[in-house]
Design a protein around this ligand. Sequence first.
Ligand code: ALA
Length: 999
Amino acid sequence: MLTSQQIRQQFLDFFVKKCGHTAVPSAPVVPHGDATLLFTNAGMNQFKDVFLGVGSRPYTRAVDTQKCIRAGGKHNDLDDVGKDTYHHTFFEMLGNWSFGDYFKTDAINWAWDLLVKQWGMDPKRIHATYFEGNPAAGLEPDDEARKLWLQYLPPEHVHTGNMKDNFWEMGDTGPCGPCTEIHVDLTPENNCGHLVNAGDARVIEIWNLVFIQFNRNADQTLSSLPAKHVDTGMGFERLCAVLQGKTSNYDSDVFTPLFDAIQKITSAPAYGGKLDSPIDIAYRVIADHARCLTFAITDGALPSNEGRGYVLRRILRRGVRYGRQNLNMAQPFLSKLVAVVAEQMGDVFPELRENPQRVAEIIHEEEESFSRTLDRGIESFLDGVEDWVDSVVNTFGSNPRGYTINDAGERSYSTSSRHLVHYRDKSNEIRSLDITNIAAFKAFVAEHGHVVPPIISAEKAFRLYDTDGFPLDLTVLMAQERGMAVDTAGFEKLMEEARQLSRAAGGHADSEAESLLNFVQQNKLPATKFVGYDRLVVEDGRALALLANREGHFSKTDALKLGQPAAIVVGTTPFYAESGGQVGDTGTIHSRHGAVFRVTNTTRIGDVAFHLGTLEEGSTNRGEPAFSDDDTLVLEIDAPRRRRIMAHHTSTHLMNLGLRAALGDHVTQKGSLVDDTRTRFDFAHGKPVAPDEIEKVQQLVNAQIAANLTVHTNTVPQEDALKIRGLRAVFGEKYPPKVRVVSIGPSARDLLANPDSDLGVNHSVEFCGGTHLATTGPAEQFVVLSEEAVAKGVRRITALAGEVARRAVEHAKTLNERLDKLAGTKPEVLEKELASITELMSDLSLPLLERAKLREKLGELQKVVKEQRKLQSKQAEGGVAEAARKIADGADGVSIVALVPGADGTSLRVAMDVVRKKRPELAMLLAAHTDGKLAFIAQVPDPLIARGLKAGDWLRDVAAVVGGKGGGKPDVAQGGGGDPAKLPEALDSARKFAAAKLG
Ligand code: ALA
């Protein structure tokens, strides 16, 4: 019996050795640079650009095994996994391709040769399907495929198929075409041809041969592609099962090592291969999901709350739940399977062996956090149950008393009463129900279910799902356990609404890019020649195409209009088109006729560059059309901006090297964005980068800048370059057979002469198409601005180089000097300065390490200010008390009205207490006047209240005179505000008021 390893190898060998194909590696399962895909879902994904006619490869026939995930998106098998014998979220797809080379005849003949002649599959088991055509879509039946099959198969083994089964599409948009599928009858009698495409596990599709001829556009129309291609995909796991004589993929040797490991970890009974056994279902789910998670996380995806990350999260949670519910696994267990997958498949996919620890850690953490989610979700679910109980007992006219409700409608429980509901039943007896006691609860439902139907509302189920991350089937399960149901129909409605909402929000963001893509496909344009590595100006340019942007759509136009967003295509350009993390160039395109087009960005679709911007001067209104065919154009990039970009790009390479030296070899690039204002670099690293490590990176980079090393760019064969030890390439990025190597210090020749030496480890060597400084010196200086986490296991450093770095350092120095000067300054000045410095610090770009030092100093000085202020107010209060004492001493009669010098609204109380202590029999109205603000306080002892003087009235009188506010009770009152100029008048009025009341 062939092992799965042998089967894979024989497939590749067949197409390489017998049919002249080039073997290519699998693309990562996380697609780079294709926003239309969540995961790589077919072998052809990595060749999408070739099919669309915007990219090319140095070969016309290719073969590989591709890592695929079909979960989320157009091809989604997640919910079937575990329940049958042949669905997976992760699987390998064996494929062979023709790019405008061979077509249907060879594709079908070779498939037959391999399956029947080489592998000896019984022709009696084989069925083929072909496309029946679709007149509505203008598509013919695929008679050619039918005839080819009839060479080998009797007519009853050749079946028609409709759009759904025999017209293959990659996604909502993208390359597509009619296909022919090979199905295998696994029944012992070989008589189940009627089960082809019937969703029956006994007759399954193993190989799909697609004849790619169309592109599905965003508006759902089909357009013909420039050439015809073959794209085939064979399910590796299904093939292994068939060739190993099994009826289930899960019985092949692809899964046995995983099942053995699961049994060891969980101590469950051995896998029995039964479809309806909860234990066997859990085995299949867990094995499949562990493979999927291991591959996806290895290739750079992370569980999260959206998109691809959310799909992974759901897969992980599904695995955890099956483990918990069916195998009693309360502890994290999925992470332990990473090592098994890496061991089993690492020979074919070596990336699995790079850092399995990290992958396991990420899964482990996610399992733990899901456990917490489950615990929280269960509480929230019980609240929903309680809502129902409330509605039942309320119908008895009884208020549950297990909790109290505050004004905001929130419940608060005493710990002992959580989920305990006390109520009066129909006969007015007090009873209690513990809703966590399932048996008691079921009895309650049985007794009272007819009063209010026992249902968990759709809103609750949706909130559990949407907010608490609690899966619907778990809600249903827990409800059923208690004799309750869930309003799942209502739930589906809410889900659909949420989906529509998110679709509306997603909108047509990609339509600009898509209209450019359509344009490239429909117009044969030559590849744009980029000469901007060493030229900043091209003086003899010619416009090959003008496009106007109308409401987010580019379309061809003869003349540009002033002010309208547009795009220009030329043959040769110095403008760098946005790619590899480096932004596009900006600048101007002038015409001989005086038209000026301002380029605000440059972008590329396939090999064609588009200069995006607007026409600023010159138009059809003023005579000749701008940029007509015979116009000579001068293309000039914004050179100072470009130099800043280059300084940042070269520094990014140095930083990449420095990070590895400071943190270790695990540092791999996860993304970057380089422009004229900064560089932002994401890399794999499990914890924050400490200040001394940042310091070290800065030193390493700055030393290389100071050495003014030469930046070499050489184009060399990829094969040779890959041998250089220490070479950096972004994993999953597509590189051509001849790659551009950017090396700083040694040249590619030096490196290739001795690829095993330390040269490439101690110097920056990267595959890169970006623009760089000629030597490192002009980068001047490098500083790190910030360091943060962007995802689990991924850190982001933002840094500056060149002029902007120098400025940041200068700013920090200036602020530091300002802070140093402040020692011994008066608190008012100090406070103002500190406020101004704090504001500047939040506005300015400052080096991270300097910022921390400044913050520390600032904190110290703020402490000083606080101390000083405390002292001052103590002193002030002392002064106020002294003044109050004098006022009290000088008072004659029974009332006193006075301004307390030096007092403010707060210390006025101190003054009042002092006066009252000395002269308790006095009625007083005291005023304060500081910083242009008035404050009043009044106090009247009981005997004087009895005589008619009330503090509240007194204060209102004063406040009315100054135009302020105030009032209070008969014994005390306070107030403030109003016009200070009126103070003397007001005090006068107060005296008169008291005199009048007291007689
Ligand atoms: N792209 C084809 C498929 O995925 C082969 O079925």
